[in-house]
Design a protein around this ligand. Structure first.
Ligand code: ZN
Length: 131
């Protein structure tokens, strides 16, 4: 397992890119709209992991609500797992509260599922399985 990426909520991707790409010099891998989650994302490479900037497509999306409540900042941490179904089953078995009982297709065509921050020390956890 490894940290696949760290998700950072921004009002606009350009705000984040001005710092992470232009000032810090990280390489932008690409931008993508994930309509199902109501976000536009930008993936920046940091070693063998990534920073994922998140811009809400509308105020009612999960990231839109996060920004309204807490402002820009770290939104979630994503861990890459070899078998997302098995990881979800194990987490559920150990009492974790799952947002997604079954994986869905996320950015880059990966399988993703979110675990509620109430059972992960206040941090929204995303599981990612690359295909
Ligand atoms: Zn993510």
């Amino acid at each position: 397992m490894k940290i696949d990426h760290i998700g950072i909520a921004t009002k606009q991707l350009e705000d984040g890119l001005a710092v992470w790409r232009d000032a810090l010099g990280l390489q932008l891998d690409g931008t993508e709209e994930v309509a199902e989650q109501g976000v536009r994302i930008a993936m920046l490479q940091v070693g063998d992991t990534h920073i994922e900037l998140l811009e809400p497509l509308n105020p009612d999306s999960p990231v839109g609500k996060f920004l309204a409540k807490r402002g820009p900042g770290i939104h979630h941490i994503a861990v890459e797992v070899p078998d997302i179904e098995a990881a979800l089953a194990e987490l559920k078995n150990k009492g974790a509260r799952l947002i997604d009982e079954t994986p869905r297709v996320g950015a880059g065509g990966c399988l993703v599922a979110f675990v509620h921050p109430s059972t992960t020390n206040g941090v929204l956890l995303e599981l990612v399985q690359h295909r």
